[in-house]
Design a protein around this ligand. Structure first.
Ligand SMILES: NC(=O)c1ccc[n+]([C@@H]2O[C@H](COP(=O)([O-])OP(=O)(O)OC[C@H]3O[C@@H](n4cnc5c(N)ncnc54)[C@H](OP(=O)(O)O)[C@@H]3O)[C@@H](O)[C@H]2O)c1
Length: 244
């Protein structure tokens, strides 16, 4: 494993669920974590109390100006940015027949456009330094599709296109861009699913249980490592065997 001490990571949605586990793992490697959040102020304040070198950045990643401001804040505060984890995401589930254009646009805007806005905002800095790790948190649903999740599945499948294209554009410049596609992981997003439906989901997972946030975070840590420079444009699935 390479030395990550003193590196700086921007983790969107970095104080809850999978993002929190990613922030904890990177912080344990000596990385200064800049955690993005939209609403969860209380949890955010607790996070910096626990990690004095961390910083908090409020903003809606579905808005390009917020993304640019957040990246400026991170550079001003920490002086550099080595790792971007596009983790924040939302669901707004309905079948296509019932899905409004707003339902579609909102999920695409946050999950896909947000990753584009932030990647674009960090790119020049990373190119100038000749180093960067960008990791997009996609989903099993982006690989396989799902009833009631056409907007979410499209946003997460779109992240694969963004990942591969950016990987090709930056491969000779010291940057890597990869995706991680989790299956069903025990966070608030999944706990919101009704129990009967969740039991049916678990029955279809070959390992027979939900994943834990840290089981996703350890893959992100691996891809963020300086020694992972020969891996780019890839998708790492972390799904208990649910999609092969
Ligand atoms: N849990 C799963 O089973 C699973 C499976 C596959 C993929 N994923 C993906 O993994 C990522 C994390 O999921 P999770 O389960 O940990 O979700 P979660 O617990 O619901 O947390 C979502 C995070 O995204 C942030 N966020 C939401 N909308 C935002 C916006 N417009 N601007 C900025 N931040 C925003 C939230 O911040 P606030 O709390 O401040 O609002 C929160 O920190 C998501 O991209 C999700 O699609 C999850």
């Amino acid at each position: 494993m390479g030395d990550m001490t003193g590196q700086v990571a921007l983790v969107t949605g970095g104080i809850r669920g999978i993002g929190r586990a990613i922030s904890e793992r990177l912080a344990a490697r000596g990385v200064e974590v800049a955690a993005g959040y939209s609403h969860g102020k209380e949890a955010a304040e607790q996070f910096v109390a626990d990690h004095p070198r961390a910083s908090l950045h409020q903003g809606n990643i579905g808005v390009a100006e917020d993304c640019e401001r957040v990246v400026s804040e991170v550079l001003e505060r920490h002086g550099r940015l080595d790792i971007l984890v596009n983790n924040a995401g939302v669901t707004l589930d309905k079948t296509v027949r019932k899905m409004t254009p707003h339902d579609w646009d909102h999920v695409i805007q946050v999950n896909l456009s947000g990753a584009f806005y932030l990647s674009r905002a960090v790119l020049q800095h990373m190119l100038d330094r000749g180093y960067g790790r960008i990791i997009n948190i996609s989903s099993l649903i982006g690989e396989a599709g799902n009833i009631g999740q056409a907007n979410y599945a499209s946003s997460k499948a779109g992240l694969f296109g963004l990942t591969m294209s950016m990987a090709k554009e930056t491969a000779r410049k010291g940057l890597t861009v990869n995706s991680v596609a989790p299956g069903y992981v025990s966070t608030e997003m999944v706990r919101a699913v009704p129990k009967a439906a969740l039991d049916q989901v678990i029955a279809k997972i070959p390992v027979g249980r939900l994943g834990e946030p840290d089981e996703v975070a350890r893959v992100v840590e691996f891809l963020a490592d300086p020694d992972s420079g020969f891996i780019t444009g890839q998708v790492y699935s972390v799904n208990g065997g649910q999609y092969m």
